[in-house]
Design a protein around this ligand. Structure first.
Ligand code: AMP
Length: 196
């Protein structure tokens, strides 16, 4: 069955200091799975990544993992994935994740998560895609990063428009519906453009 929507989630390969991070990752997976959605993610079973993937499947959703060979060799691959793609390198992985998703969501994480988020954000500003991007700012985790980016605007290296390309919220029940709805709208206009 075709999933209702497909969302790429970038998040920590670690659990974070407090149990709220894992609960939030599980809630995101539950939200996706219980609405017949598909999760696209890094294919690992460690940290928040494993939490979101298992919760998606437990709630009835589909999980697509995309993992480079080097990480499979370290036995990080999640064998439960409905589709597990083993690719040669990180560039292929990120390209495939971006292609398979209608929207992108960053949860709390470390440099891997930041890199994935900033890449799809950069691709969006360059017009390589038109898919919505969200940051789930659980417990103000991303506050300092967002203040730093605001200082980038003040210093003239970024624009308000660039900042507006990303939706930010601390509440998944506000953010996820917005991303899914916007993804549907941009898919409709892409289909329409093909017909013209
Ligand atoms: P980090 O935020 O540094 O923990 O990195 C997490 C992000 O990088 C995830 O969204 C993954 O796509 C990727 N990643 C990092 N470590 C792993 C791993 N052990 N297995 C699979 N993916 C990983």
């Amino acid at each position: 069955m075709t999933p209702a929507f497909s969302i790429a989630v970038y998040c920590g390969s670690r659990m974070g200091q407090t149990p709220e991070f894992a609960s939030c990752a599980q809630a995101v997976g539950h939200w996706i799975g219980s609405r017949g959605g598909q999760l696209v993610y890094g294919g690992g079973n460690n940290g928040l990544m494993g939490q979101v993937a298992n919760a998606t499947q437990d709630a009835g959703g589909r999980v697509v993992g995309v993992i480079p060979t080097s990480l499979v060799e370290l036995e990080f691959a999640n064998k439960r994935c409905d589709e597990l793609h083993i690719v040669d390198n990180m560039h292929q992985r990120k390209a495939m994740m971006a292609e398979r998703a209608d929207a992108f969501l960053a949860l709390p994480g470390g440099i891997g998560t930041f890199e994935e988020l900033f890449e799809v954000w950069t691709w969006r500003q360059l017009g390589y895609h038109n898919k919505p991007i969200g940051i789930l700012n659980l417990d103000g985790y991303y506050d300092e990063m967002l203040s730093f980016l605001a200082s980038g605007v003040r210093h003239g290296f970024m624009s308000e428009w660039q900042m507006s390309l990303v939706e930010t919220s601390g509440d998944l029940n506000t953010l996820l519906p917005k991303l899914v709805e916007t993804a549907g709208l941009s898919q409709q206009s892409a289909d329409l453009a093909k017909q013209i």
